[in-house]
Design a binder for this molecule. Structure first.
Ligand SMILES: [Zn+2]
Ligand SMILES: [Zn+2]
Length: 201
């Protein structure tokens, strides 16, 4: 018997995500009465298109809701996204001393954007010197490069879209290199959410 995932909770939640909270807590969401087959090709293709189009926030809400209601989904996402690792010896000793625990582990997100270069990286991999290239300074607009650009009719020069479209018209304050240049400092990736690590025993 294949694992069954009841997706019916998704059908009428498209406009108000808050209102549905109570309904979705009712028992019907817990497990499906219908042994559903996997989608056929065309439906699966449509689903992939929809996944590509759905706003990120809504996707996060849906994933969270599915995880809360469907244990199989919850476990699958835990496995994909969370890393559980033993703490380094010295740290573990400290925690044991105060926490009176036998085994000390840490849970943290597996994938995180780097606080320096913003690239997404696998936090469970061993860090490697030089893997991260970044500019510690700020990206500043080089007004002379915006030839014939009138902010009154073209809009401001320094916008995220201009930074992407005309990186050569910007200068890094750290090294004076233009916006197309690879980072002037090399180091290791650092998780942005380092503060969110939690210890479990
Ligand atoms: Zn730099
Ligand atoms: Zn990095």
């Amino acid at each position: 018997m294949p694992e069954v995932i009841d997706l019916t909770l998704l059908t009428d939640s498209s406009d108000e995500s808050e209102v549905d909270e109570e309904e979705s807590d009712s028992g019907t969401m817990e497990s499906s009465q219908y042994a559903e087959e996997p989608l056929d090709g065309p439906h699966r293709e449509q689903l992939h298109v929809a996944i590509g189009a759905v706003p990120e926030l809504r996707l996060r809400e849906l994933v969270t809701r599915l995880c809360d209601h469907v244990p199989t989904v919850e476990r699958a996402f835990f496995k994909e996204l969370v890393v559980v690792r033993e703490l380094e010896d010295e740290v573990a000793e400290e925690v044991k001393k105060y926490g009176n625990r036998k085994r000390v582990r840490e849970v943290a997100p597996l994938w995180e954007p780097c606080a320096n270069c913003e690239e997404e990286f696998d936090t469970n991999e061993e860090r490697e010197e030089g893997e991260c290239e970044f500019h510690p300074g700020d990206l500043e607009v080089d007004e002379a490069s915006f030839v014939d650009w009138d902010e009154d009719c073209h809009g401001p020069m320094d916008t995220p879209s201009n930074r992407r479209s005309f990186p050569e018209n910007f200068t890094w304050s750290c090294c004076e290199a233009d916006g197309t240049t690879a980072g002037c400092v090399r180091g290791e990736h650092i998780p942005q959410g380092g503060r969110k690590k939690r210890r479990i025993s």
